[in-house]
Design a protein around this ligand. Structure first.
Ligand code: G6P
Ligand code: MG
Length: 219
């Protein structure tokens, strides 16, 4: 059971792996690039790519394989991964939404709690629109809106400011270690989504949104 106390006025959600299972499509995109090049890439290496921008994710895979590439080659492979990812996104549907997340968003909305998406992905708005989720969120901050990636706090500070809230009033949901660190660096509470073993900085982890108690708002 994870509890949100009554000081929480806003919830900042990461997107991939938190609201939708697009993390599996990011994985498949990198897997295709890795397989084409004979690089080793598995679920364990993929944990290091969660929450990490495109080129930096490629670097995680290259470092794991001790491969060096020119900047031009890196950009070509990152573009290739994005093409595969965008192709996979064409089949995205309601089954890709994290189970229990829509009832949770509805509960938050009914409780008057503000919500934002804070995702490093430059494809985040495409995903939200395709699944008709955009209207839940008062702000959507994506990889197109930030200069410094997670674990820098920039994305969450922007999310809170867009909702008109302070860090103290926000809680973050994250499936990436870099994202949990970014939330803490922003001075926010954070609930990890996924197994605690992959989220060492998270004090609380959930795999089921029904286990999150939301605060009763006092008028
Ligand atoms: C999210 C995902 C990462 C992905 C990043 C950039 O943070 O968790 O796996 O690399 O977004 O996504 P993009 O769609 O811009 O390549
Ligand atoms: Mg994520």
């Amino acid at each position: 059971m994870a509890e949100m106390d009554s000081t929480v006025k806003g919830v900042l959600f990461d997107l991939d792996g938190v609201v939708v299972f697009t993390d599996k499509y990011h994985y498949l995109g990198w897997k295709k690039v890795a397989d084409d090049n004979g690089w080793n890439f598995d679920e364990e290496v993929n944990h290091g790519c969660r929450g990490v921008p495109r080129l930096a994710s490629l670097q995680v895979i290259l470092d794991h394989n001790k491969v060096e590439l020119s900047q031009e080659e890196k950009e070509r492979f990152a573009d290739k991964k994005n093409e595969v990812y965008k192709e996979l996104l064409k089949q995205i549907n309601a089954e890709d939404v994290y189970p229990g997340v829509i009832p949770f968003l509805e509960k938050l909305r009914n409780a008057g709690i503000k919500m934002a998406i804070c995702s490093s992905s430059k494809n985040a708005t495409t995903v939200l629109d395709a699944l008709d989720l955009t209207s839940f969120f008062g702000a959507v901050i994506t990889g197109n809106d930030i200069e410094k990636p997670k674990p820098d706090p920039e994305i969450f500070l922007k999310g809170a400011a867009s909702l008109g809230l302070t860090s103290d009033e926000c809680i973050v949901f994250e499936d990436a270690e870099s994202g949990v660190q970014a939330a803490h660096a922003a001075g926010m509470k954070c609930i990890g989504v996924g197994e605690a073993a992959h989220l060492p900085s998270a004090k609380t982890c959930i795999t089921d949104y029904a286990s999150v108690m939301i605060p009763v708002q006092t008028p």
